[in-house]
Ligand binder design. Structure first.
Ligand SMILES: NC(=O)c1ccc[n+]([C@@H]2O[C@H](COP(=O)([O-])OP(=O)(O)OC[C@H]3O[C@@H](n4cnc5c(N)ncnc54)[C@H](OP(=O)(O)O)[C@@H]3O)[C@@H](O)[C@H]2O)c1
Length: 340
């Protein structure tokens, strides 16, 4: 029989060993739900967004990796690729444990510019491959070094067809620079044409999606084609740049989300993320605030089916991100939330 002292020592030892194994899982790349892409690779359900607050991103990415995120979303236009690289380096997490997405910007759509743009991203990210490379928008800008080429305060558009851009991106899979490729901000008609006229079915489509803009039939269409969906702005109008979201209550404070959250000890933001994951999508919340970075990661939990169904009733077809006027392209023409 074990003495009381021995029992206490043995229980303390097993407690310590659980803690150590928990830490080891975190440092070795533990991240909860994962989905499989049509390439066979896995993408973590929760990713870390890095648009805006450029100067804060090195610390934010370091913090995110420390709490367990293993999926980071950036883009050429965000200017955050160097900060992401520094955060990764500081964390000591091996590159092979992290799923990195970046995006081709609109000034580099010409087929002769695509590989150069990808190389510039690889250099800033201090890596020799991307897990996922997306065409950020279907709309081309004028070629050149300027990210936002303007004349008389208006964007100068280009004339490269997004199908030709995508064909150039396909070559980056063949040469090993990109493990998977996809698109962002395409309409249904644009997706259909892309699939018909190119060889690689996009592995993922990154789009605005949250409980106030659910697009159920569009999401179902992606499932039927084997295209993974990543939800950007998963907190709806939390992003302060969304003018249209300023005069209504914050989606993450919606009483339905916060009430459901109480049942699980979670807040409205975490419930919004869990809803996206329940739908089979990845979600990429952004935050520069350590407590929110941690809390958002804990948005990867299982909602009961009845709660998912309740959240399904929240769809207000509210789209907050539509730069059609500025970019000289009519985005989302056939999708929910388009202002006619
Ligand atoms: N493909 C595209 O065209 C596209 C477009 C938009 C976004 N994205 C990607 O998607 C990512 C996420 O989208 P997003 O940045 O637009 O918006 P979001 O992640 O939905 O919301 C971010 C905003 O919410 C705040 N926030 C974060 N966690 C919170 C919490 N738990 N409670 C309350 N407020 C919270 C953040 O503030 P603090 O940072 O101050 O904490 C920030 O202001 C971007 O960073 C980017 O990587 C892609």
């Amino acid at each position: 029989m074990l003495s009381r002292l021995e029992k206490r020592a043995s229980s303390r030892l097993s407690q310590l060993s659980r803690q150590v194994s928990g830490q080891a899982r975190t440092m070795a790349g533990y991240s909860k739900t994962k989905f499989q892409l049509n390439t066979g690779a896995e993408i973590p359900a929760i990713g870390f967004g890095t648009w805006q607050d450029k100067e804060a991103q090195e610390d934010a990415v370091y913090e995110a990796l420390k709490v367990g995120y293993r999926h980071i979303d950036t883009a050429r236009i965000y200017g955050t690729e160097p900060g992401v690289a520094k955060g990764i380096k500081k964390s000591g997490v091996p590159r092979s444990d992290i799923f990195i997405t970046t995006k081709l910007w609109n000034n580099s759509h010409h087929p002769d510019d695509v590989e150069k743009a990808c190389d510039a991203s690889l250099k800033d990210l201090q890596t020799d491959y991307l897990d996922l490379y997306l065409m950020h928008w279907p709309s081309p800008f004028a070629r050149g070094d300027k990210l936002m080429p303007k004349k008389d305060d208006k964007i100068q558009t280009g004339d490269t067809d997004y199908v030709d851009t995508y064909k150039a991106i396909e070559k980056l899979v063949a040469n090993g620079k990109c493990k998977a490729i996809g698109v962002s901000n395409f309409s249904k008609a644009e997706m259909e044409r892309l699939i018909k006229e190119t060889s690689i079915v996009p592995a993922a489509h990154q789009m605005e999606l949250h409980p106030y803009l659910q697009q159920p039939s569009f999401i179902e269409w992606h499932r039927s084609k084997g295209i993974h969906v990543t939800q950007y702005s998963p907190f709806g109008n939390a992003n302060p740049v969304y003018d249209k979201g300023q005069n209504i209550g914050k989606m993450i404070d919606d009483p339905l989300l916060t009430d459901i959250g109480r049942k699980y000890g979670k807040n409205g933001a975490q419930v919004a993320l869990a809803w996206g994951i329940a739908k089979g999508n990845s979600v990429i919340p952004k935050s520069k605030t350590p407590s929110r970075i941690q809390a958002n990661f804990e948005g990867d939990f299982k909602l009961d089916a009845e709660d998912v169904q309740k959240i399904d009733t929240l769809d207000r077809k509210l789209r907050f991100n539509d730069p059609s006027q500025n970019f000289g392209w009519n985005f989302y023409a056939d999708l929910d939330g388009k202002q006619k």
